[in-house]
Design a protein around this ligand. Structure first.
Ligand code: NAD
Length: 365
């Protein structure tokens, strides 16, 4: 968190691990190694002021251990901000297992990993991420209860993520167009996978004119037909005349090239890490008069869904909480316009303010 990061100056060449932790405000890192199963993992607990650190486990063939460490430090800090801005009493954490998901995964490996998670005694709660399935999590669950995203529990988070994204988009419309109705708006959804297709459904129900792009032609045709959406060629995509751009596929689609071409007045989608370089492209978007809904705030429906599983709350609770993303985004955009600061920075400030306040006053869960 900034109050920590600005005060400590470290020579990272001398202190590559604890120095980096201090710079980014991490509380704890657990390095895990098990020769019998081939497990090599890193669990990073960034901040537990608001509650236990929740964040998924990623299996990835990193080039080297430093890449894995940097990734887990960055991702766990991101979870602190996401959980905080969403009003959840959860901290931020993340785990990475180093290796190729196609070859390294086994029941024994995930059980061993589960024992490491359990050794943190609830300070870290794990879930699925890239390369990990609900079945893998059932193996983790044999060794620890500090796991969510299990089959038969809160289920696929994508519908809740899409609903939150839809509500956040409406909040942007309220400020940009004076009404939160999306009726007749030209909206382009890039990526109609798990989240994108539910989003298309919400938008079509509201009579928006929806254009879709996806590299998977089978998915593209199915979604177009099912919801009455128009297909646009992925090469024409960024030059297309649209009101709202909804990135729901990859990260870094907002970059020097696309920003010079994009003709839209709102960017509001579910993809993670949409801005290629936050400080550059976040500012550029604001200068162009485009409203940008910060990715980790608008796509928080997934973590809201996980929280409902942690607390044993019903699906209706998760849906209601995701509806609050409307107010969250409205506040971020209003404050950005009042303070002339990019929305991504305002989101970070709000997330940090909540943690600072909690340090002073204990909140009930
Ligand atoms: P997904 O893999 O189900 O869907 C992604 C879709 O994008 C696929 O249909 C894929 O073919 C398409 N795609 C890939 N490259 C593309 C390209 N260059 N152009 C157009 N389409 C392309 O993933 P998802 O679960 O729907 O998640 C979408 C995004 O939202 C990801 O960035 C993810 O990290 C983020 N997100 C998802 C959730 C969730 O609940 N699933 C929660 C928070 C954030």
């Amino acid at each position: 968190m900034s109050e920590i990061t600005t005060e400590i100056v470290n020579d990272l060449s001398m202190n590559p691990v604890i120095g980096q932790m201090a710079n980014m405000g991490h509380e704890q890192i657990l390095f895990c190694n098990d020769a019998a199963t081939g497990l090599k993992a890193i669990i990073a607990v960034h901040n537990t002021v608001l509650g236990p650190a929740l964040g998924g486990t990623r299996v990835w063939a990193y080039n080297n251990e430093m890449d894995a460490l940097n990734d887990v430090l960055r991702l766990s800090r991101g979870m602190t901000y996401k959980n905080s801005i969403s009003g959840l009493n959860l901290g931020g954490g993340k785990a990475v297992i180093i290796g190729d998901a196609k070859t390294i995964k086994s029941e024994a490996l995930f059980r061993r990993f589960g024992r490491f998670v359990n050794s943190l005694a609830g300070n870290y709660i794990t879930a699925e991420d890239v390369g990990v399935s609900p079945i893998d999590m059932t193996h983790v669950n044999k060794e620890t209860n500090h796991v969510v995203g299990l089959p038969g529990k809160s289920g696929d988070p994508s519908p809740v993520t899409a609903y939150g994204t839809y509500m956040g988009m409406k909040a942007c419309a309220k400020i940009q167009y004076g009404s939160d109705s999306l009726n007749g708006k030209k909206i382009v959804v890039q990526g109609v996978g798990h989240v994108g297709q539910y989003l298309v459904e919400y938008l079509r129900k509201e009579n928006a004119t929806v254009y879709i792009a996806d590299i998977n032609s089978e998915t593209l045709n199915r979604v177009a037909q099912k919801y009455g959406a128009h297909i646009i060629d992925k090469d024409e995509f960024y030059d297309f005349d649209m009101d709202i751009y909804a990135p729901c596929a990859l990260g870094a689609t907002i970059n020097d090239d696309t920003l010079s071409r994009l003709k839209c007045s709102i960017i509001a989608g579910a993809a993670n890490n949409q801005l290629k370089v936050e400080s550059v492209h976040g500012l550029e978007i604001m200068k162009k008069g485009i409203i940008y809904a910060p990715d980790y705030a608008i796509n928080a429906g997934g973590v809201i869904n996980c929280f409902s599983e942690v607390k044993g709350l019903p699906a209706e609770w998760a849906q209601q909480k995701a509806a609050e993303i409307y107010t969250t985004i409205l506040n971020i955009v209003k404050r950005s316009q009042e303070e002339h600061i990019p929305t991504y920075q305002i989101a970070n400030k709000i997330a940090e303010e909540r943690i600072k306040a909690k340090r002073i006053v204990e909140l009930p869960l």
